[in-house]
Ligand binder design. Structure first.
Ligand SMILES: *[C@@H]1O[C@H](CO)[C@@H](O)[C@H](O)[C@H]1NC(C)=O
Ligand SMILES: *[C@@H]1O[C@H](CO)[C@@H](O)[C@H](O)[C@H]1NC(C)=O
Ligand SMILES: *[C@@H]1O[C@H](CO)[C@@H](O)[C@H](O)[C@H]1NC(C)=O
Length: 597
């Protein structure tokens, strides 16, 4: 707040000062030249804020004359994290007046343009070297003789002479983007070689190892655009060890690499100091095996639905009542046993022949027709179900949540590296997943092999970007094996961005390049091609990994339910028969006793 008030006061004051100066006309020649330089830069829209480091020098009085906010830093450093815009012009009174130590302010002001008012005894080259070492490149130097000569010394980082002279009146640009042509300078990088993001191949023309894929292409095209070269920092990585994107992120944060040819998620980062603007968006969920088909022996029980059975029972009772009433046209002889054990109705509904009542009236005939019709409907329905399901058994229901997983035959497979990224490596547990339903693979290759061969005993975590290639691959299978679901997710919305060095001076160019790639649809095009590229490079075998269909014939075991029920019913019938026999024997004995009496 105090700062803002000072700034406002300053603005008002500088207006008055300009007016007074106009009367007094006491500018020295040098001040006039500097003023015209600043006015020219202001006109070319190089700045909207001034920041003046150091103690008294011409910049102080000039900054009051220009109608822009100005921040004075006489001590050469700010100990507070200020938010300066990219259009802040830094003026330094002498060298080295700028002694910024706040690391965030340093980062923000790294790319800003600087004009240094140099004392007599210091040469320009050492100034350029000093700033280049701090990776600050937009440097212009004016000497004390600027008033007479009008010479500005501009540091150039990609030229043999460290600086060039530009005259104020020559009209040549003072500041320009040096990193648009890096003259073959090296960009230090490494790749995680993770298909389909970046995949190694040998260029047939130059016989060099190169990389393609939608992450590799982004960096390759940038290198080409800024006329740089890629320098692989193979000595950073211990030989023979697999490099993961987490390793590359780490090395980039340690300034060992400039831009990693890999992407990392941003969700566990506090800031984007060592990450670019998000390049990719993805969800991170599971690919789940498509459910098995219903086994044959369960089909019989599956098609008997309790609701339908209840409806059939109600129908049975209605027909039975109608038959009883229709025979005598009265409710005489109505009893529960006659309704429930109606022999004609029973056989009728099962589609079996039954004795047609003699001397039946028209109404009774109509009832019998209805009964036949109902039996036709129910039996055809069941036969149709049974035959259709026996020909192509329906799949069992899909898993809907981690809870369903508990009762299924599947296990969640995950590699230790991924657990580490997710922050679960310590207790080796996943939220909501039963520990015995989780298999953690320490060997990434083994895990990867299981996923590549579509092992359908496991659920695999995968991003939707990678899934698109698996989906494409499944099209050559006899039947698809997996599906991607957002019911099981480790993270639904993820940003992936390139790891970059903290003080990378051309970060803005790279980010602009990434945005252009997206804008023009090149990224989408590369993503769509990724399966094709993987096949071309032999990373995806054109092999059918779908499980062989089990023998299609129905065997005795599949009929066990039916036979079981059949024999149970037969047993029940035999029991009834014996009870009846026994009853009739008793009756026979009683009859004999009665006749002998
Ligand atoms: C004009 O300049 C002279 C010296 O150069 C100074 O003494 C005087 O105070 C100035 N007047 C104003 C109004 O600033
Ligand atoms: C690119 O850099 C090389 C040096 O490696 C240089 O010779 C060439 O002129 C540059 N290309 C352009 C278009 O500036
Ligand atoms: C790479 O990262 C993994 C897991 O984050 C770690 O286990 C491995 O040691 C790292 N490799 C190197 C070479 O640092």
């Amino acid at each position: 707040m105090v700062w803002r008030i000072i700034l406002l006061l300053h603005l008002g004051y500088s207006g008055a000062e300009l007016y007074l100066r106009g009367i007094n006309e006491s500018y020295t020649e040098q001040e006039e030249r500097l003023l015209s330089l600043l006015l020219r830069l202001q006109q070319e829209e190089y700045y909207d804020t001034l920041m003046v480091y150091g103690e008294e020098c011409p910049f102080h009085s000039l900054s009051r004359s220009l109608e822009v906010p100005a921040v004075m830093v006489p001590l050469g450093g700010t100990n507070y994290d200020w938010n300066f815009g990219s259009l802040t012009l830094i003026l330094s009174c002498g060298f080295p007046a700028e002694r910024e130590e706040n690391h965030r302010t340093l980062m923000k002001l790294q790319l800003n343009r600087r004009i240094i008012h140099l004392q007599k005894d210091i040469n320009v080259e050492s100034v350029c070297n000093y700033y280049a070492k701090n990776e600050q490149y937009n440097i212009a130097v004016v000497r004390e003789d600027f008033g007479r000569s009008g010479n500005i010394y501009v540091c150039r980082c990609f030229q043999k002479t460290k600086y060039i002279e530009v005259n104020l009146f020559s009209g040549r640009p003072i500041f320009f983007e040096q990193f648009r042509n890096m003259q073959g300078a090296a960009i230090k990088s490494l790749t995680d070689n993770l298909a389909p993001r970046s995949m190694a191949y040998r260029d047939p023309k130059t016989d060099q190892k190169k990389f393609k894929g939608y992450v590799a292409n982004a960096l390759n095209s940038f290198v080409e655009k800024v006329n740089a070269t890629l320098a692989w920092q193979l000595d950073v990585a211990p030989p023979g060890k697999r490099i993961f994107f987490t390793n590359i992120t780490k090395w980039t944060a340690e300034d060992l690499l400039d831009i990693g040819m890999s992407v990392d998620s941003t969700w566990d980062k506090w800031n984007l100091d060592t990450q670019t603007y998000p390049y990719l968006m993805c969800s991170y969920c599971f690919m789940v095996p498509l459910p098995d088909l219903l086994p044959y022996y369960e089909i019989y029980t599956y098609i008997v639905d309790l609701d339908v059975l209840a409806v059939i029972f109600v129908l049975f009772c209605i027909f039975s009542l109608l038959l009883i009433y229709g025979q005598q046209m009265s409710w005489q002889g109505l009893s529960l046993s006659r309704v429930l054990l109606n022999d004609r109705c029973f056989r009728g509904l099962l589609g079996q022949p039954f004795p047609f009542p003699l001397h039946s009236t028209k109404k009774l005939k109509l009832i019998c027709f209805l009964l036949c019709f109902a039996s036709l409907l129910t039996t055809t329905m069941y036969v149709a179900y049974l035959q259709a399901f026996l020909a192509t058994p329906p799949p069992m229901p899909r898993l809907r949540s981690f809870k369903d997983l508990h009762n299924s035959r599947y296990t969640v497979a995950i590699s230790l590296g991924e657990m580490d990224v997710l922050g679960f490596a310590d207790n080796r547990r996943l939220q909501n997943v039963d520990p015995e339903k989780l298999e953690v693979f320490e060997d990434y290759v083994k895990f990867f092999h299981l996923r590549e061969t579509f092992n359908n005993n496991y659920l695999f975590p995968v991003t939707d970007l990678r899934w698109s290639t698996y989906k494409e691959q499944q099209k050559i299978f006899a039947s698809p094996v997996f599906y991607y679901t957002d019911a099981f997710c480790l993270s639904r919305f993820n940003f992936l961005s390139f790891p970059v060095r903290r003080h990378l001076p051309y970060r803005h160019l790279f980010e602009e390049h990434l945005q252009r790639l997206k804008e023009f649809g090149l990224l989408k095009h590369w993503q769509d091609r990724s399966f094709f590229d993987m096949v071309m490079l032999g990373l995806t075998p054109l092999e059918d990994f779908s499980p062989l269909p089990e023998t299609d014939s129905i065997d005795l075991y599949d009929l066990s339910w039916i036979f079981g029920m059949y024999f149970a019913a037969l047993g029940l019938c035999c029991c009834c028969f014996f009870v009846e026999l026994w009853g009739s024997l008793n009756w026979w004995r009683r009859f004999k006793r009665w006749t002998t009496n």
